[in-house]
Design a protein around this ligand. Sequence first.
Ligand SMILES: [Zn+2]
Length: 340
Amino acid sequence: MSEKIESLKAAFAEDLKNLDTSAADKVDAFRVKYLGKKGLVTDLLKQTSTLPVEERPAFGKMVNELKAFVAECIDKAIETAKAAALDKKLSEGNVDVTLPGDGIPAGSTHPLYDIREEIIDFFSQMGFEVDFGRDIETDWYNFEALNTPPDHPSRDMQDTFYLDEGVVLRSHTSGTQIHYMETHKPPFRMIAPGHVFRVDNDATHAPMFQQCEGLVVDENISFADLKGVLQVFMNKLFGEGVKTRFRPSFFPFTEPSAEMDVSCVFCGGEGCRRCKGTGWMEIGGCGSVDPNVFKNCGIDGEKYTGFAFGFGLDRIAMLRHAIPEINLLTSNDERFLKQF
Ligand SMILES: [Zn+2]
């Protein structure tokens, strides 16, 4: 029986010499021929059981040694075939190693975040403290302390989200002023950026948007100080040369009150479609602090005066980037956000 093993080993060696190792399919067929279920080596192994019992161990050992040798040779042939395939692919030019790699897409900051940071930077440099306040306010802080009597239209359920009796999602950042005045003694300067909530939803109004409130209280603070600060602020936001104008208005918590306009950032004041031909765009409200508000916070209104102002950050972002719809700012649409 050992001659059978020797002759198979010799036949295998001869066969291996002629194997084309550059073709993976030929190498695989070669493996099946010797080691497959009906392969030549496998067949020899099966014959062990036909031998007399005393001959089986020695024969089995020899066939297994042959099997290990054959398997090793075939593994080498498979490696050679793989290397040959890679060489072929490279030589055919399928891989251009001079091409740049895949870039990692870089994100960018949100336009509202940028504007908020810019505003905080600007006012911090002018000595204003930043107070973010809280999203949920009681009726007292959102309305009453701000001199908004119970029958005021802004208290209507249409405008304000009520969470509970006497508890609201703040409809403006002005409540932060009250908290601040209760806990600080004049003189002080502060801003209160934050989210505000209103029952409102169209192209220019969203149920949630960002405001920034400002408050200055000291002796001899006048409306002229307010105008000066806001003019410098507008120059910072929209560039030197932007004009401002103040129109009389009404807010319960300031007296006198004004709406502030800036010269149209699109046409420079000439008049265009965006400013409806007026050359001006409304940007925010402001005024001198109403003595009643001081009284509600325990501040001496005879000794101190002050001014307050408030802007919508979304409005500023829309003007600066010519964004047509406020909801784009919170839509999380990558096509929109990638533009910044
Ligand atoms: Zn215009």
